[in-house]
Design a protein around this ligand. Structure first.
Ligand code: ZN
Ligand code: ZN
Length: 376
């Protein structure tokens, strides 16, 4: 059975929004836990707040209008406080009373932040891994006070403003009547304690900035933009809290010969036309050392040769990528008389010296184009 939320607020079915609001204010003024300490009143307050939410939240109101119950999540009928319902209640409390009240003093000690530092690496360093010394400038524990923030021989004292509770209360007169609200104590930043004599080195923060050198092990196969995490090497927190993590971000420097595509490396070699036609052996300086590369007779410009497992190691698997060699064949220029004569003889021998046979060498393309023009 769906709850009659209008009835909970003492209203007739279909009461207007302003009537709902008015009724809720009137009830909340009497029942709010900060005004009325009676546990029964508290329960009733939750009930009317839930009704108010059901009738004013558009999503929930739609369910109510359809005869359903927005707080009934299939299980306990009429049971109060599904997670969703409670979140909603909190929202309403915030809206009416200006923020959730802090409870009890907060610790001075808080966790430190993470730090990020870039490191520039050569290609062979990212491919094979390396150990790098890097200098970091972060907050470290103050060695004078060991993070306590107090001058030697002194101690924190209880905050006089909040008597050590970390929060201060104020009474406000609002549309709900008198409302007592709590807020974090401004004197002690809600910690409940003040430091009468701060540590002279860290001014009470418990940490100081310092430069230090850390040895970073860079695993083989890292790529540009990847981050290596060094747990606990970030900034120490206020009051000497646990340090955050340090992230070392890899910046791979460009290589004069090789470009990288993930685990594969690419390079370009140029071959004279004659070598490409006759075949040759090419000596290539790879990252692993010199390798003989077999160029077959008749190699074309734009062809690709693959040296398996000469690329970067796979970070999350075994094995390595490939080295992909892109071959570019160069046409000779500045021929002297004898070279030109030889080339003409070669052309004649191959039947490549006449424009007519040229056209044939292009395949049927020209004739097909011609046919198309002539409408055949
Ligand atoms: Zn200190
Ligand atoms: Zn205080």
């Amino acid at each position: 059975m769906a709850t009659d939320y209008f009835g909970v607020l003492g209203l007739a079915q279909g009461a207007s929004d302003s009537e709902i609001k008015k009724a809720y204010r009137r009830l909340a003024r009497d029942l709010h836990p900060d005004v009325n300490p009676d546990p029964e009143a508290k329960e009733r307050f939750q009930e009317v707040t839930r009704a108010y939410e059901a009738l004013t939240d558009p999503e929930k109101r739609r369910i109510v209008d359809l005869g359903g119950d927005p707080f009934d999540s299939g299980g306990g009928a009429g049971g109060f406080g599904g997670a969703a319902g409670f979140g909603g209640l909190g929202d309403i409390m915030d809206a009416f009373f200006g923020g959730a009240a802090a409870r009890g003093p907060r610790s001075r000690t808080r966790a430190g932040r993470d730090a990020l530092i870039p490191v520039e690496l050569e290609l062979d360093e990212t491919v094979f891994g390396t150990t790098k010394d890097i200098t970091v400038d972060t907050a470290v524990l103050c060695d004078t006070c060991s993070g306590a923030g107090t001058a030697p021989g002194t101690h924190p004292v209880t905050c006089a403003t909040c008597s050590g509770r970390g929060e201060v209360q104020s009474v406000q007169r609002g549309f709900l009547g008198q409302v007592v609200s709590s807020r974090p104590c401004p004197t002690c930043a809600a910690t409940g304690q003040v430091i009468p004599e701060p540590c002279p080195k860290c001014a009470g923060d418990g940490r100081v900035r310092a430069r230090r050198t850390i040895s970073v092990k860079v695993p083989a196969g890292v790529e540009d933009g990847m981050r290596i995490r060094l747990t606990g090497h970030g900034e120490v927190g206020p009051g000497g809290g646990p340090a955050g993590d340090l992230y070392v971000e890899v910046h791979e420097l460009p290589h004069p010969v090789f470009t990288r595509d993930g685990e594969d490396l690419h390079c370009r070699v140029t071959l004279p036309m004659t070598a490409a036609a006759l075949g040759t052996t090419l000596n290539l300086k790879t990252l692993d050392g010199e390798e003989d590369l077999d160029i077959r007779p008749g190699t074309q410009s734009g062809s690709v040769l693959t040296l398996r497992a000469h690329g970067a190691p796979r970070l999350r698997a075994t094995g390595r990528g490939n080295l992909v060699v892109h071959v570019e064949v160069t046409t000779p220029t500045k021929l002297d008389a004898e070279q030109e004569k030889l080339l003409r003889e070669l052309a004649a021998l191959r039947g490549e010296d006449q424009p007519e046979s040229h056209r044939e060498a292009q395949g049927g393309l020209f004739s097909r184009v011609r046919d198309a023009f002539n409408g055949r």
